[in-house]
Design a protein around this ligand. Structure first.
Ligand SMILES: NC(=O)c1ccc[n+]([C@@H]2O[C@H](COP(=O)([O-])OP(=O)(O)OC[C@H]3O[C@@H](n4cnc5c(N)ncnc54)[C@H](OP(=O)(O)O)[C@@H]3O)[C@@H](O)[C@H]2O)c1
Length: 307
């Protein structure tokens, strides 16, 4: 892939998409129609757009991502969540296949039920989603690989960023609570592998190149080692010199009762397949991610002189 290769990004205004546009623009010819310019629910418009775009690869980040809100549509195959997460990827993969365009589609760790405590989930572990969001995302994955066997489906987990973004992630939520001196309930009996957003976006960059050269299929993008939400919150306190004792341990069962959508308990992804395909260094340990997160935070704070 070179600057001359065009990549169409769908969902470029979202959390992941906005960072993709920020990091890839210098390196690739990125074309990212806004929702207003291209409604991915309109199959004819998508086909016409891609036909005229000259794209070599499509990266699909358009989705319905509100896990709790999605439960209101549980079982509704006429609903927007199903349309965006299950039907759009299926149609998109058919269009890409017909046009001979490569496809990288994004999915989630929520396709698993989280009962696996001994080791992180690999790509060939059987999925069993609990939430409507997870179920619709799984159908989307399956349709992508059915209609376009050469496509890549990358599952990402809990992306977090120290750069400003309107929607809060776990790290940002903890930070706000630390700053207000509020306690934080951190689940201590759950294994997670959160990925720094920039690492995920660099990994996706490697995958858009790879998918043009070889079969990739399903691949996991996450931290290379695991933590717990409890340790995650305490590590944030440690790296910013905040009061780690504000973090109080809780159990997954107690946390789960407070949420409308059922969630996987052990939400951890094994990234050895990605490392074997793309090499070491792009995906990193949670400690390394957190160090960069703190640096991003520092860089995005206005300095006293500029206020
Ligand atoms: N964020 C996470 O924690 C997380 C975790 C695991 C996996 N993922 C997966 O990563 C991918 C990207 O997630 P994200 O957090 O970046 O999502 P997001 O912030 O919710 O963004 C979703 C994107 O989809 C676009 N979109 C929605 N409906 C559309 C339509 N009808 N036509 C065109 N565009 C439409 C939105 O545009 P408008 O806003 O303009 O409507 C937005 O750009 C998704 O596949 C998600 O399932 C995310």
């Amino acid at each position: 892939m070179s600057k001359l290769d065009r990549v169409v990004v769908l969902g470029g205004s979202g959390l992941v998409g906005s960072r993709v546009l920020g990091l890839w623009d210098a390196d690739l010819d990125v074309l990212a129609p806004t929702h207003a310019e291209l409604d991915v629910l309109d199959a004819d418009a998508v086909a016409a757009f891609l036909d005229q775009s000259g794209a070599r690869v499509v990266l699909n980040l358009a989705a319905s991502t509100q896990v709790d809100a999605a439960e209101a549509e549980r079982g509704d195959r006429q609903g927007l969540v199903y349309a965006l997460n299950a039907e759009v990827p299926g149609r998109l993969s058919r269009i890409c296949k017909q046009l001979d365009v490569h496809l990288v589609h994004i999915s989630t760790d929520y396709v698993f039920d989280g009962t696996q405590a001994e080791r992180a989930y690999r790509e060939d572990d059987p999925p069993h989603p609990l939430s409507w969001y997870g179920k619709t995302k799984l159908i989307g994955e399956q349709r992508v690989l059915q209609h376009h066997p050469g496509a890549c489906v990358a599952r990402i987990e809990m992306p977090f960023t120290g750069r400003p973004y309107p929607r809060s992630d776990f790290a940002r939520t903890c930070l706000r609570r630390f700053e207000r001196g509020e306690t934080i309930a951190g689940v201590a009996d759950q294994r997670i592998t959160p990925v720094l957003l920039d690492d995920a976006v660099r990994a996706l960059r490697a995958l858009v190149t790879l998918v043009t050269r070889r079969h990739v299929g399903l691949v996991h993008l996450a931290a290379t080692d695991w933590t717990t939400p409890y340790e995650y919150a305490r590590s944030i306190a440690d790296c910013l010199n905040l009061d780690r004792d504000l973090v109080r341990p809780t159990t997954f069962d107690a946390f789960a009762q407070t949420r409308p959508a059922p969630r996987p308990r052990h939400s951890w992804l094994d990234v050895s397949r990605f490392v074997a395909l793309c090499g070491q260094g792009i995906l990193r340990s949670f400690e390394q991610e957190l160090r960069d997160w703190a640096m991003q935070l520092h860089e995005s704070q206005p300095s006293p002189a500029s206020i």
